[in-house]
Design a protein around this ligand. Structure first.
Ligand code: ATP
Length: 341
């Protein structure tokens, strides 16, 4: 079957900045697909190219077999795009904004009002339809963005950081809605730098780093590949470094401990990667008690998508974001985006 999205060897540069170096992935019909990566990894650039808002330097992009580069108008009708920040006109009401959107998509006149009522109903926005959007909260505004993206009934919905800046309740409401949409057969591509968002929602995920896809798979498949469980141990709230190193050496002697690292940024706590076995935590505790070493806190967890990222790049997502923030010239980017490239 033709995939809903097919992207191959996509490359895009802005002057001397390479925004995406080599991006390839495909999305099957009915999937929720997540693009995960730190700020600056190239997520927005990838989806701007897919949504025909930006031209790649090279590569292939197809939506349901139609080339986004050769037939952008057709592709625009196949997909709905919900951008990260939307410049809603604050004096218009929700319904008025949706009418404007309907006109932009040249929807058949006789269908417009019916479709507006249907998307307002779907997103629980009936009581907000006649209120000015300037009075909306962040969560309600995001729901209206979603309504606008769905008005022309696209097969594919593309969302850039759909829950950034939302409170927990609104975030969960958006997640529930996206799941319902998948049930109805809509294919969804979303970008996120929230690990838990991608983990909770995505059937498959592509992990992006510095403009390249470093891995693609189901969240659990990717985590299994990294393997092992994690144990975080604090011997004291702030342990002296030499004591932490002593304990590290002892722990490394245990046969099921694959790796033990002293985390100086976290009060010299110890991060262990251990073989997945039920009594690993108990064995570590017994060994420490036997040696008279205190335990301030200890916890075991399965690997997360952050561990997948760490294993592939040697950095956590947070570290990568901090590093990327220092390299960006946001003013210049905004100017280029306004100029439409
Ligand atoms: N219009 C632009 N002009 C110049 N450089 C740009 C522009 N847009 C993006 N970049 C650069 O391309 C790289 C990828 O940016 P992109 O916005 O695609 O990343 P991202 O993963 O979506 O992050 P974010 O969520 O912060 O937007 C970054 O290094 C960024 O500085």
């Amino acid at each position: 079957m033709t995939p809903t999205v097919y992207i191959e060897n996509l490359k895009k540069t802005y002057g001397d900045v390479t925004a995406i170096e080599d991006v390839s992935f495909s999305i099957e019909s009915g999937e929720i697909f997540g693009l995960l990566g730190p700020n600056g990894a190239g997520k927005t650039t990838t989806i701007r190219c897919l949504c025909t808002l930006s031209n790649p330097d090279s590569g292939r992009i197809e939506v349901s077999g139609v080339s986004a580069i050769e037939r952008p108008r057709v592709v625009r009708r196949l997909l709905g795009y919900v951008a990260q920040e939307v410049a809603l006109d604050k004096v218009l009401t929700g319904r008025e904004l949706l009418r404007l959107q309907a006109a932009l998509y040249h929807l058949p006149k006789g269908e417009i009002e019916g479709r507006i009522e249907s998307v307002l109903g779907m997103l629980g926005l009936m009581e907000y339809g006649d209120r000015k959007t300037g009075t909306y909260s962040g969560g309600i505004r995001k729901r209206l963005d979603l309504a606008a993206g769905l008005l022309h009934q696209p097969d594919l919905l593309v969302l850039d950081e759909p829950t950034v800046g939302l409170d927990i309740e609104s975030r969960v409401a958006v997640w529930d809605f996206l799941r319902q949409l998948r049930e109805r057969g809509t294919t969804i591509l979303l970008t996120s730098h929230y690990l838990e968002e991608v983990d909770a929602l995505a059937d498959r995920v592509a992990i992006l780093d510095r403009g390249r896809v470093i891995d693609v798979g189901t969240p659990s498949g990717l985590k299994d590949k990294v393997g092992g469980d994690r144990i975080t141990l604090r011997i004291r709230e702030f342990a002296p470094l030499d004591e932490a190193h002593r304990v590290q050496a002892m722990l490394q002697e245990l046969p099921f401990v694959r790796e033990a690292i002293v985390n100086e940024a976290q009060g010299n706590s110890l991060n262990l990667v251990v073989d997945s076995q039920e009594d690993a935590l108990t064995q570590v505790q017994q060994m420490l008690q036997g040696q008279g070493i205190p335990i301030f806190g200890i916890a075991q967890s399965r690997p997360s998508l952050d561990d997948v990222y760490l294993a592939a790049t040697g950095r956590t997502l947070l570290d990568a974001e901090i590093a990327a923030a220092g390299r960006r010239d946001l003013k210049k980017e905004k100017k280029r985006q306004m100029a439409g490239n």
